[in-house]
Design a protein around this ligand. Structure first.
Ligand SMILES: [Mn+2]
Length: 363
C-alpha cells in the first residue's frame, strides 16, 4: 500500500536478536517465506543480510532456513553456497538427498532436516516419481529422503513450509497450489518427528499437537490480522520432551481497523498505526484519505461500509505481493469466466506452464 515496512521489520529483527542472546539459543529456525516475493527489493536483501551477519557475530545460534512459496528457491539456495556447514543449513531447492544439520547437546545428537518448499512438478523431477500430485506427496517424499539420514538415536526436528490440515488461515496467505484440489498436508506425514517447525500461516499456532507448530509471521500483514499478536516460538527439546514458550513481538506500529462516521474518526486519538477506515457515512466525501491522514499519517485503506459487501473489481493479483503463473491464470479465468479453472482445465494449464518453463516441445 505504498508504505515501507523497513523500520517495522528492523524493530522485529532486533527483538529476535535480543531473544537469541537472552535465551542463549542454539539454533535459529526460519521456516520461509524469507521474503514476500521472488525478487525482493535490494533494501530488503541488505536488511536481511545485516540481520544474518549479526546472528553470526553476536549470537551462538546456528541457522536453519528454508525457502517458502513466495521465495525464489534458487536465490535462497545461493545463500547456502560456501556456508559453514557446522553452523548453517540453508535450503532453497528440494533434493533427493536430504542431509540434516546434526548438532549435539548434553542429551545427545539432534538432527535438523530443512525441507524447502517445492511445487509438485519440480518434486516429480527431483524424486523421479510421477505419482507426486499434491503438497502432501511432496512433503512425504522429502520426509522419506530425510528420515534415512537421521543418525540412530538422534532427536529429529523437521523444518517445512506447508499448509498442515487444521491450521487457521488468513486472507493474505496465498494458496500453495490450486491445481489438484487438495493442498493441505495431513499432520501424520510427520510421524516420528520430535518437533515440526512450520512456515506459511501467519498466525502463531500449533496444529493438532504441541510439537507441530507455526511460529507465525513477524508482523501483521493484512487487515484480517488486525489486533493479532505475533511472536517468536522458543522451543526446548529435552530428550524428546518438547517445551514451548512464546516471546511476543513488540511492533512499532499496529495494524488496526476503525469503523465509524468520518467526523468521529477525524476526531479520534492521532496515531502512527496502519489504519483501515471503514466509514459508515451514507454519502461520499471529498478526498477523505488525505483528510484522514491528518490524524492517522499511516492510514492506508478506506472503504465505505455500504460498499464493503458489494462485489469488487480488482486488477489481476491486486493487493498481493506476488502471484504464481498458475494463480495468475486462475485469476484471469475468474475475471473472464466468473469462475476458476475446473480440474481438466487446471491440468492443461499446469502442463502448458510446465512446458513453457522447461522448454519442452508443446503438443
Ligand atoms: Mn508461504
Amino acid at each position: 500500500m505504498g508504505l515501507s515496512l523497513e523500520e517495522d521489520h528492523e524493530a522485529i529483527l532486533g527483538q529476535i536478536l535480543e531473544t537469541l542472546v537472552a535465551e542463549r539459543a542454539d539454533v535459529l529456525v526460519i521456516a520461509g517465506d524469507v521474503f514476500d516475493r521472488a525478487s525482493p527489493p535490494n533494501s530488503s536483501i541488505r536488511q536481511f543480510n545485516r540481520f544474518l551477519k549479526r546472528v553470526s557475530e553476536e549470537t551462538e545460534a546456528a541457522v536453519v532456513m528454508i525457502s517458502g512459496n513466495h521465495d525464489s528457491g534458487d536465490r535462497i539456495e545461493a545463500m547456502s553456497v560456501f556456508s559453514t556447514a557446522s553452523r548453517v543449513l540453508v535450503r532453497g531447492i528440494a533434493d533427493a538427498v536430504e542431509t540434516p544439520l546434526v548438532l549435539r547437546d548434553e542429551h545427545g545428537e539432534i538432527a535438523f532436516s530443512a525441507l524447502p518448499f517445492s511445487h509438485e512438478y519440480a518434486a516429480r523431477e527431483v524424486f523421479g516419481d510421477e505419482g507426486i500430485s499434491a503438497p502432501a506427496d511432496v512433503i512425504g517424499a522429502q520426509i522419506s529422503a530425510a528420515r534415512g539420514q537421521v543418525p540412530e538415536g538422534a532427536r529429529w526436528v523437521v523444518v517445512a513450509h506447508a499448509f498442515v490440515a487444521g491450521g487457521a488461515i488468513g486472507e493474505t496467505e496465498r494458496a500453495l497450489t490450486r491445481v489438484g484440489g487438495i493442498e493441505t498436508v495431513p499432520a501424520d506425514v510427520f510421524d516420528g518427528v520430535d518437533y515440526v517447525a512450520l512456515g506459511h500461516l501467519h498466525k502463531p499456532q500449533e496444529v493438532g499437537a504441541t510439537h507441530i507448530r507455526y511460529s507465525g509471521a513477524p508482523l501483521a500483514l493484512g487487515f484480517d490480522e488486525a489486533g493479532s499478536e505475533k511472536s517468536m516460538t522458543v522451543m526446548d527439546l529435552i530428550a524428546e520432551k518438547v517445551e514451548i514458550r512464546t516471546v511476543p513481538f513488540r511492533p512499532i506500529r499496529q495494524v488496526r481497523s476503525l469503523t465509524g462516521a468520518f467526523s468521529d474518526l477525524l476526531a479520534g486519538t492521532p496515531s502512527e498505526d496502519f489504519i483501515q477506515a471503514i466509514l459508515t457515512d451514507e454519502s461520499p466525501l471529498i478526498d477523505p484519505m488525505k483528510r484522514l491522514r491528518a490524524t492517522y499519517p499511516n492510514a492506508c485503506h478506506l472503504v465505505y461500509a455500504r460498499q464493503a459487501r458489494a462485489p469488487e473489481t480488482k486488477a489481476l493479483g491486486a493487493g498481493r505481493a506476488a502471484v504464481t503463473p498458475i494463480e495468475m491464470v486462475g485469476d484471469f479465468m475468474k475475471v473472464v469466466c466468473g469462475r476458476g479453472p475446473n480440474t481438466a482445465e487446471a491440468a492443461i494449464v499446469a502442463e502448458k506452464l510446465h512446458a513453457a518453463a522447461y522448454g519442452e516441445e508443446q503438443t
